[in-house]
Design a protein around this ligand. Structure first.
Ligand SMILES: Nc1nc2c(ncn2[C@@H]2O[C@H](COP(=O)(O)OP(=O)(O)OP(=O)(O)O)[C@@H](O)[C@H]2O)c(=O)[nH]1
Length: 362
Protein backbone atom coordinates (compact mmCIF):
# COMPACT_ATOMS: atom_id res chain seq x y z
CA UNK A 1 0.00 0.00 0.00
CA UNK A 2 1.25 3.51 -0.89
CA UNK A 3 4.43 2.04 -2.39
CA UNK A 4 5.25 5.14 -4.46
CA UNK A 5 5.39 7.34 -1.38
CA UNK A 6 7.37 4.70 0.48
CA UNK A 7 10.03 4.74 -2.24
CA UNK A 8 10.20 8.51 -2.14
CA UNK A 9 10.68 8.62 1.63
CA UNK A 10 13.44 6.09 1.27
CA UNK A 11 14.98 8.41 -1.37
CA UNK A 12 15.17 11.17 1.26
CA UNK A 13 17.09 8.90 3.60
CA UNK A 14 19.58 8.11 0.81
CA UNK A 15 19.91 11.81 -0.09
CA UNK A 16 20.80 12.79 3.48
CA UNK A 17 23.20 9.87 3.79
CA UNK A 18 24.95 10.98 0.61
CA UNK A 19 25.19 14.61 1.59
CA UNK A 20 26.61 13.82 5.03
CA UNK A 21 29.02 11.21 3.69
CA UNK A 22 31.62 13.85 2.78
CA UNK A 23 31.55 15.09 6.38
CA UNK A 24 32.34 11.57 7.56
CA UNK A 25 35.52 11.52 5.55
CA UNK A 26 37.23 14.75 6.64
CA UNK A 27 36.99 17.25 9.46
CA UNK A 28 36.01 20.85 8.78
CA UNK A 29 38.86 22.89 7.32
CA UNK A 30 39.74 24.72 10.48
CA UNK A 31 39.30 21.77 12.81
CA UNK A 32 42.09 21.30 15.28
CA UNK A 33 44.17 18.13 15.15
CA UNK A 34 42.73 15.12 16.91
CA UNK A 35 45.32 15.38 19.64
CA UNK A 36 44.36 19.04 20.29
CA UNK A 37 40.76 18.10 20.50
CA UNK A 38 41.54 15.12 22.70
CA UNK A 39 43.47 17.38 25.05
CA UNK A 40 40.57 19.77 25.11
CA UNK A 41 38.23 16.86 25.77
CA UNK A 42 40.15 15.56 28.74
CA UNK A 43 40.79 18.96 30.25
CA UNK A 44 37.37 20.49 29.94
CA UNK A 45 35.20 17.36 29.97
CA UNK A 46 31.49 18.19 29.94
CA UNK A 47 32.25 21.91 29.89
CA UNK A 48 33.38 21.65 26.28
CA UNK A 49 29.87 21.83 24.90
CA UNK A 50 29.03 24.81 27.08
CA UNK A 51 32.26 26.44 25.94
CA UNK A 52 31.33 25.69 22.35
CA UNK A 53 27.89 27.18 22.86
CA UNK A 54 29.38 30.42 24.11
CA UNK A 55 32.02 30.52 21.39
CA UNK A 56 30.83 33.78 19.93
CA UNK A 57 33.89 35.89 20.49
CA UNK A 58 33.59 37.20 16.93
CA UNK A 59 30.40 38.88 17.99
CA UNK A 60 28.04 36.60 16.08
CA UNK A 61 25.96 34.40 18.30
CA UNK A 62 25.83 30.80 17.05
CA UNK A 63 22.58 30.26 18.89
CA UNK A 64 21.07 33.07 16.85
CA UNK A 65 22.46 31.83 13.53
CA UNK A 66 21.39 28.26 14.33
CA UNK A 67 24.63 27.11 12.70
CA UNK A 68 27.08 25.04 14.73
CA UNK A 69 30.30 26.96 15.39
CA UNK A 70 33.64 25.82 13.99
CA UNK A 71 34.56 24.79 17.49
CA UNK A 72 31.38 22.74 17.89
CA UNK A 73 32.01 21.00 14.57
CA UNK A 74 35.63 20.28 15.41
CA UNK A 75 34.68 19.09 18.86
CA UNK A 76 31.96 16.89 17.43
CA UNK A 77 34.31 15.40 14.90
CA UNK A 78 37.03 14.76 17.49
CA UNK A 79 34.57 12.97 19.71
CA UNK A 80 33.32 10.87 16.84
CA UNK A 81 30.13 12.80 16.18
CA UNK A 82 28.89 14.52 13.04
CA UNK A 83 26.69 17.58 13.14
CA UNK A 84 23.95 17.81 10.52
CA UNK A 85 24.13 21.25 8.93
CA UNK A 86 21.67 23.30 6.92
CA UNK A 87 23.62 22.67 3.72
CA UNK A 88 23.47 18.89 4.24
CA UNK A 89 19.70 19.10 4.30
CA UNK A 90 19.03 21.73 1.67
CA UNK A 91 18.91 19.48 -1.37
CA UNK A 92 17.43 16.40 0.33
CA UNK A 93 14.64 18.57 1.79
CA UNK A 94 13.93 20.10 -1.58
CA UNK A 95 13.72 16.63 -3.10
CA UNK A 96 11.52 15.49 -0.24
CA UNK A 97 9.15 18.41 -0.79
CA UNK A 98 8.86 17.58 -4.50
CA UNK A 99 8.32 13.90 -3.66
CA UNK A 100 5.55 14.69 -1.18
CA UNK A 101 3.79 17.05 -3.59
CA UNK A 102 4.09 14.48 -6.39
CA UNK A 103 2.48 11.97 -4.05
CA UNK A 104 -0.51 14.31 -3.67
CA UNK A 105 0.36 15.40 -0.17
CA UNK A 106 -1.39 18.72 0.41
CA UNK A 107 0.94 21.77 0.35
CA UNK A 108 0.46 22.88 3.97
CA UNK A 109 0.95 19.29 5.12
CA UNK A 110 4.17 18.93 3.10
CA UNK A 111 5.45 22.17 4.62
CA UNK A 112 4.62 21.02 8.12
CA UNK A 113 6.50 17.76 7.53
CA UNK A 114 9.55 19.59 6.13
CA UNK A 115 9.63 22.09 9.01
CA UNK A 116 9.42 19.33 11.53
CA UNK A 117 12.14 17.21 9.87
CA UNK A 118 14.40 20.26 9.50
CA UNK A 119 13.90 21.25 13.12
CA UNK A 120 14.61 17.82 14.51
CA UNK A 121 17.67 17.13 12.35
CA UNK A 122 19.43 20.46 12.13
CA UNK A 123 22.36 20.81 14.49
CA UNK A 124 21.73 17.25 15.59
CA UNK A 125 24.97 15.51 16.33
CA UNK A 126 25.15 11.82 15.88
CA UNK A 127 27.69 9.25 16.84
CA UNK A 128 29.48 7.79 13.87
CA UNK A 129 28.32 4.39 15.02
CA UNK A 130 24.72 5.51 14.55
CA UNK A 131 23.66 5.59 10.95
CA UNK A 132 22.40 8.77 9.39
CA UNK A 133 19.55 6.59 8.16
CA UNK A 134 18.40 6.04 11.73
CA UNK A 135 18.43 9.74 12.42
CA UNK A 136 16.43 10.44 9.26
CA UNK A 137 13.99 7.67 10.07
CA UNK A 138 13.29 9.02 13.51
CA UNK A 139 12.81 12.58 12.21
CA UNK A 140 10.48 11.38 9.43
CA UNK A 141 8.59 9.10 11.80
CA UNK A 142 7.77 11.92 14.19
CA UNK A 143 6.99 14.43 11.43
CA UNK A 144 4.62 12.06 9.63
CA UNK A 145 2.92 10.86 12.79
CA UNK A 146 2.25 14.43 13.91
CA UNK A 147 0.26 15.21 10.77
CA UNK A 148 -1.40 11.81 10.26
CA UNK A 149 -2.61 11.26 13.82
CA UNK A 150 -4.47 14.58 14.13
CA UNK A 151 -7.81 14.13 15.91
CA UNK A 152 -7.64 10.33 16.31
CA UNK A 153 -10.14 8.89 18.74
CA UNK A 154 -11.15 5.44 19.86
CA UNK A 155 -14.02 4.68 17.47
CA UNK A 156 -15.06 1.42 19.10
CA UNK A 157 -14.79 2.99 22.55
CA UNK A 158 -17.07 5.79 21.48
CA UNK A 159 -19.65 3.32 20.17
CA UNK A 160 -19.41 1.31 23.39
CA UNK A 161 -19.93 4.31 25.64
CA UNK A 162 -22.62 6.15 23.67
CA UNK A 163 -26.33 5.85 24.46
CA UNK A 164 -27.95 3.43 22.04
CA UNK A 165 -28.86 3.60 19.30
CA UNK A 166 -25.79 5.31 17.94
CA UNK A 167 -26.58 7.03 14.64
CA UNK A 168 -23.86 7.35 12.01
CA UNK A 169 -24.49 9.18 8.74
CA UNK A 170 -22.21 8.77 5.70
CA UNK A 171 -21.55 11.55 3.20
CA UNK A 172 -19.38 12.09 0.15
CA UNK A 173 -19.51 12.38 -3.61
CA UNK A 174 -20.94 9.75 -6.00
CA UNK A 175 -19.46 6.34 -6.42
CA UNK A 176 -16.65 6.57 -3.84
CA UNK A 177 -17.85 3.57 -1.85
CA UNK A 178 -20.29 4.92 0.75
CA UNK A 179 -22.80 2.11 0.47
CA UNK A 180 -20.11 -0.56 0.38
CA UNK A 181 -18.43 1.02 3.42
CA UNK A 182 -21.74 0.96 5.30
CA UNK A 183 -22.08 -2.74 4.56
CA UNK A 184 -18.47 -3.37 5.65
CA UNK A 185 -18.92 -1.37 8.82
CA UNK A 186 -22.10 -3.30 9.60
CA UNK A 187 -20.03 -6.48 9.38
CA UNK A 188 -17.16 -4.92 11.40
CA UNK A 189 -19.53 -3.86 14.16
CA UNK A 190 -21.31 -7.23 14.06
CA UNK A 191 -17.95 -8.96 14.62
CA UNK A 192 -17.61 -6.86 17.78
CA UNK A 193 -21.06 -7.68 19.08
CA UNK A 194 -23.03 -4.64 17.91
CA UNK A 195 -26.28 -5.00 16.02
CA UNK A 196 -26.95 -2.60 13.15
CA UNK A 197 -29.81 -1.45 10.96
CA UNK A 198 -29.19 0.14 7.58
CA UNK A 199 -31.12 3.24 6.45
CA UNK A 200 -31.20 4.40 2.87
CA UNK A 201 -31.11 8.18 2.98
CA UNK A 202 -30.21 8.16 -0.73
CA UNK A 203 -33.71 8.86 -1.97
CA UNK A 204 -32.26 10.70 -4.94
CA UNK A 205 -30.68 8.10 -7.19
CA UNK A 206 -32.78 5.52 -9.05
CA UNK A 207 -31.64 2.06 -8.03
CA UNK A 208 -30.17 3.16 -4.69
CA UNK A 209 -32.76 1.17 -2.71
CA UNK A 210 -32.04 -2.01 -4.66
CA UNK A 211 -28.29 -1.59 -4.26
CA UNK A 212 -28.33 -1.24 -0.48
CA UNK A 213 -31.07 -3.91 -0.22
CA UNK A 214 -28.68 -6.39 -1.81
CA UNK A 215 -26.07 -5.70 0.88
CA UNK A 216 -28.68 -5.85 3.65
CA UNK A 217 -29.97 -9.20 2.39
CA UNK A 218 -26.50 -10.68 2.04
CA UNK A 219 -25.56 -9.57 5.53
CA UNK A 220 -28.95 -10.45 7.05
CA UNK A 221 -29.56 -6.88 8.26
CA UNK A 222 -32.80 -4.94 8.35
CA UNK A 223 -33.11 -2.00 5.99
CA UNK A 224 -35.31 1.06 6.39
CA UNK A 225 -36.07 2.80 3.10
CA UNK A 226 -38.67 5.06 1.51
CA UNK A 227 -39.60 5.51 -2.13
CA UNK A 228 -37.30 7.45 -4.42
CA UNK A 229 -37.89 11.18 -4.00
CA UNK A 230 -38.74 10.85 -0.29
CA UNK A 231 -37.20 12.87 2.54
CA UNK A 232 -33.81 11.40 3.63
CA UNK A 233 -34.16 12.88 7.12
CA UNK A 234 -37.47 11.03 7.51
CA UNK A 235 -35.85 7.72 6.48
CA UNK A 236 -33.06 8.04 9.02
CA UNK A 237 -35.52 9.22 11.67
CA UNK A 238 -37.60 6.08 11.04
CA UNK A 239 -34.48 3.94 11.31
CA UNK A 240 -33.62 5.49 14.68
CA UNK A 241 -37.18 4.77 15.90
CA UNK A 242 -36.89 1.21 14.58
CA UNK A 243 -33.56 0.78 16.39
CA UNK A 244 -35.03 2.10 19.64
CA UNK A 245 -38.01 -0.24 19.39
CA UNK A 246 -35.87 -3.27 18.52
CA UNK A 247 -32.80 -2.71 20.70
CA UNK A 248 -30.52 -2.22 17.74
CA UNK A 249 -27.19 -0.67 18.71
CA UNK A 250 -26.19 1.31 15.64
CA UNK A 251 -28.05 3.00 12.75
CA UNK A 252 -25.95 3.30 9.59
CA UNK A 253 -27.48 5.96 7.36
CA UNK A 254 -26.53 6.23 3.69
CA UNK A 255 -27.03 9.52 1.87
CA UNK A 256 -27.04 10.48 -1.80
CA UNK A 257 -23.70 11.20 -3.40
CA UNK A 258 -23.38 14.95 -3.72
CA UNK A 259 -21.00 17.74 -4.41
CA UNK A 260 -20.54 20.23 -1.64
CA UNK A 261 -21.73 22.80 -4.19
CA UNK A 262 -25.16 21.19 -4.68
CA UNK A 263 -27.11 23.46 -2.38
CA UNK A 264 -30.30 21.44 -2.19
CA UNK A 265 -28.43 18.23 -1.37
CA UNK A 266 -26.25 19.98 1.20
CA UNK A 267 -29.36 21.45 2.84
CA UNK A 268 -30.66 17.85 3.09
CA UNK A 269 -27.63 17.08 5.24
CA UNK A 270 -28.40 20.06 7.45
CA UNK A 271 -31.96 18.78 7.79
CA UNK A 272 -30.69 15.31 8.77
CA UNK A 273 -28.52 17.05 11.38
CA UNK A 274 -31.52 18.92 12.77
CA UNK A 275 -33.98 16.04 12.69
CA UNK A 276 -31.89 13.12 13.94
CA UNK A 277 -28.78 14.81 15.40
CA UNK A 278 -26.46 11.96 14.34
CA UNK A 279 -23.78 10.90 16.81
CA UNK A 280 -21.25 10.88 13.99
CA UNK A 281 -21.08 12.04 10.40
CA UNK A 282 -18.41 10.22 8.43
CA UNK A 283 -17.03 11.50 5.16
CA UNK A 284 -16.21 8.80 2.62
CA UNK A 285 -13.82 9.27 -0.27
CA UNK A 286 -11.32 7.31 -2.31
CA UNK A 287 -7.64 7.14 -1.39
CA UNK A 288 -6.94 7.12 -5.12
CA UNK A 289 -8.56 10.55 -5.49
CA UNK A 290 -5.49 12.14 -3.84
CA UNK A 291 -5.70 15.95 -3.68
CA UNK A 292 -9.34 15.90 -4.80
CA UNK A 293 -10.24 13.78 -1.79
CA UNK A 294 -8.36 16.17 0.50
CA UNK A 295 -10.13 19.22 -0.97
CA UNK A 296 -13.52 17.54 -0.78
CA UNK A 297 -12.97 16.51 2.83
CA UNK A 298 -12.29 20.14 3.68
CA UNK A 299 -15.29 21.39 1.71
CA UNK A 300 -17.67 18.85 3.23
CA UNK A 301 -16.37 19.59 6.70
CA UNK A 302 -16.90 23.31 6.15
CA UNK A 303 -20.43 22.76 4.82
CA UNK A 304 -21.65 20.17 7.32
CA UNK A 305 -19.14 19.28 10.02
CA UNK A 306 -17.77 15.76 9.79
CA UNK A 307 -16.41 13.71 12.69
CA UNK A 308 -14.05 11.55 10.72
CA UNK A 309 -13.30 10.01 7.34
CA UNK A 310 -13.18 6.64 5.62
CA UNK A 311 -10.75 6.31 2.74
CA UNK A 312 -11.80 3.59 0.33
CA UNK A 313 -9.86 1.79 -2.41
CA UNK A 314 -6.59 1.95 -0.49
CA UNK A 315 -5.93 -1.43 -2.14
CA UNK A 316 -5.67 0.28 -5.52
CA UNK A 317 -2.31 1.77 -6.33
CA UNK A 318 -2.69 5.18 -4.74
CA UNK A 319 -0.10 7.81 -3.99
CA UNK A 320 -0.82 7.98 -0.25
CA UNK A 321 -1.22 11.77 -0.24
CA UNK A 322 -4.84 11.65 0.90
CA UNK A 323 -4.06 9.28 3.78
CA UNK A 324 -1.36 11.66 4.96
CA UNK A 325 -3.23 14.93 4.45
CA UNK A 326 -6.93 14.53 5.29
CA UNK A 327 -6.62 14.64 9.08
CA UNK A 328 -4.23 17.59 9.16
CA UNK A 329 -6.31 19.62 6.71
CA UNK A 330 -9.70 18.96 8.34
CA UNK A 331 -8.63 18.40 11.93
CA UNK A 332 -10.78 15.23 11.77
CA UNK A 333 -9.24 11.76 11.77
CA UNK A 334 -9.27 9.05 9.15
CA UNK A 335 -11.01 6.22 10.97
CA UNK A 336 -11.05 3.38 8.44
CA UNK A 337 -9.38 2.31 5.23
CA UNK A 338 -11.31 0.32 2.63
CA UNK A 339 -8.99 -2.29 1.21
CA UNK A 340 -11.09 -4.26 -1.29
CA UNK A 341 -14.60 -5.14 -2.35
CA UNK A 342 -15.33 -7.85 0.21
CA UNK A 343 -17.19 -7.16 3.45
CA UNK A 344 -14.07 -7.90 5.49
CA UNK A 345 -11.96 -5.49 3.49
CA UNK A 346 -12.02 -2.68 6.00
CA UNK A 347 -9.26 -1.85 8.45
CA UNK A 348 -9.22 0.49 11.40
CA UNK A 349 -6.85 3.28 10.41
CA UNK A 350 -3.82 3.23 12.67
CA UNK A 351 -1.46 6.22 12.12
CA UNK A 352 1.48 4.47 13.80
CA UNK A 353 1.05 1.38 11.57
CA UNK A 354 0.88 3.54 8.48
CA UNK A 355 4.03 5.48 9.39
CA UNK A 356 5.89 2.29 10.17
CA UNK A 357 4.90 0.70 6.90
CA UNK A 358 5.87 3.85 4.99
CA UNK A 359 9.32 3.81 6.57
CA UNK A 360 9.80 0.07 6.46
CA UNK A 361 12.73 -0.67 4.18
CA UNK A 362 11.76 -4.29 3.51
N1 LIG B 1 -11.17 -1.97 -4.72
C1 LIG B 1 -12.08 -1.42 -3.90
N2 LIG B 1 -13.32 -1.14 -4.38
C2 LIG B 1 -14.21 -0.59 -3.54
C3 LIG B 1 -13.88 -0.26 -2.19
N3 LIG B 1 -14.98 0.31 -1.62
C4 LIG B 1 -15.94 0.34 -2.58
N4 LIG B 1 -15.49 -0.20 -3.73
C5 LIG B 1 -16.20 -0.33 -5.01
O1 LIG B 1 -16.53 0.97 -5.50
C6 LIG B 1 -17.73 0.92 -6.25
C7 LIG B 1 -18.68 2.03 -5.77
O2 LIG B 1 -19.10 1.71 -4.45
P1 LIG B 1 -20.49 2.18 -3.85
O3 LIG B 1 -20.55 1.69 -2.47
O4 LIG B 1 -21.60 1.83 -4.76
O5 LIG B 1 -20.30 3.75 -3.88
P2 LIG B 1 -21.31 4.89 -3.38
O6 LIG B 1 -20.47 5.98 -2.85
O7 LIG B 1 -22.33 4.34 -2.47
O8 LIG B 1 -21.97 5.32 -4.73
P3 LIG B 1 -23.30 6.22 -4.94
O9 LIG B 1 -24.40 5.47 -4.27
O10 LIG B 1 -23.42 6.24 -6.46
O11 LIG B 1 -23.04 7.54 -4.39
C8 LIG B 1 -18.29 -0.48 -6.07
O12 LIG B 1 -17.95 -1.24 -7.21
C9 LIG B 1 -17.53 -1.03 -4.85
O13 LIG B 1 -17.38 -2.43 -4.88
C10 LIG B 1 -12.54 -0.57 -1.73
O14 LIG B 1 -12.14 -0.31 -0.57
N5 LIG B 1 -11.69 -1.15 -2.63
Amino acid sequence: MFDGLKDKLSGFREDVEESTEADDEAPAESAPSESDAATDDSSSGGDAVAAAESDDSDGESDAESDEPSTFQRAKAFATGRIIIEEEDLEEPLWNLEMALLESDVEMSVAEEILDSVRESMLGESRKQVETTGELVESALHDALLDVIAVGQFDFEGRIAEADKPVTIVFTGVNGVGKTTSIAKLSEWLGDRGYSTVLANGDTYRAGANEQIREHADRLGRDLISHDQGGDPAAVIYDAVEYAEANDVDVVLGDTAGRLHTSDDLMSQLEKIDRVVAPDMTLFVDEAVAGQDAVNRAKEFDDAAAIDGAILTKADADSSGGAAISVAYVTGKPILFLGTGQGYDDITRFDPEDLVESLLDEE
